[in-house]
Design a protein around this ligand. Sequence first.
Ligand code: 3HC
Length: 284
Amino acid sequence: MTTVRKVGVVGLGAMGAGIAQLCVEAGVETVGREVTAELGEAARERIAHFLTRKVEKGRLEQAERDAAVGRLALTTELDAFADCHLVIEAIVEELPAKLELFAELDRLVAPDAVLATNTSALSVTEIAAATEHAERVVGMHFFNPAPLMPLVEIVRAELSSDDAVETAYAFGERLGKHPIRCHDTPGFVVNRVLIPLLNDCVRVLDEARVTPEDLDAGMRHGAGWPMGPCTLVDLVGIDVHVHASEALYEKLREPRMAPPPRLVAMRNAGLLGRKSGRGFYVYD
Ligand code: 3HC
């Protein structure tokens, strides 16, 4: 197994910033890459904010918080990953962009470095095929919000080596997560179940003529969900959810996987959930 002393995170959006936060909190030197310095700084501020909240709530010492923030280096260049033992990709869910990135990372990193993708709906095997060393590529699929959700799916692609899989698994444990191992099938484990379920929830809105508030209350108080489905889709991002649904539908051809027209219309109108300030609910 590769010993991970330095990790790279490519893409510091909601997921990437959450993953970088986990890494620095676990005491690992972390390089985070965004396309502009401003986006990188915004991610650093987001991480610093959540760590400060932990200090305010007595869950973290101020000195530990400062040390964690200090472990995050920012870059706009991929060269900064040359000495990383593990690089976790969390960029846009577009296959061509991921293929280009993995081909480049594969040329840059050391022979025993592991490359992981946080993709939720694309094939890890296809992404690995962009590299000369497909055996070093695995999936590490975190859940939103990454710092709070305990699960990470460790995805074995067709050519992943045992060594790469176990390096990713051990790293997931080091981040304090509960890793599970699975193979590279559409939606892996959780999204294979959760995406059609959330699509059903959205269809029920129209079928049962129930309000988002009442549907959320229904699933929270009747099924024990920690957060209602409309709140959850708003959190995940309507665009992200529609994209994942489309990707699963394309592969599995099950009608429940197809995004409900209501969600597609919301996505087209720019109602993306929390990140755009409006989805099923309105946010400040
Ligand atoms: N990053 C870091 N820290 C965060 C955060 C974030 N994004 N969001 C909140 N926090 C911190 C905050 O500091 C917050 O405290 P504060 O409000 O006092 O500042 C603290 O965490 C606790 O937050 P909450 O009080 O909101 O915590 P809850 O106990 O209410 O739990 C939850 C929140 C864990 C998100 C819970 O509601 C839950 O489990 N929801 C379900 C989420 C879920 O199902 N996610 C999976 C989505 S599917 C997915 O990701 C797959 C993908 O491929 C699409």
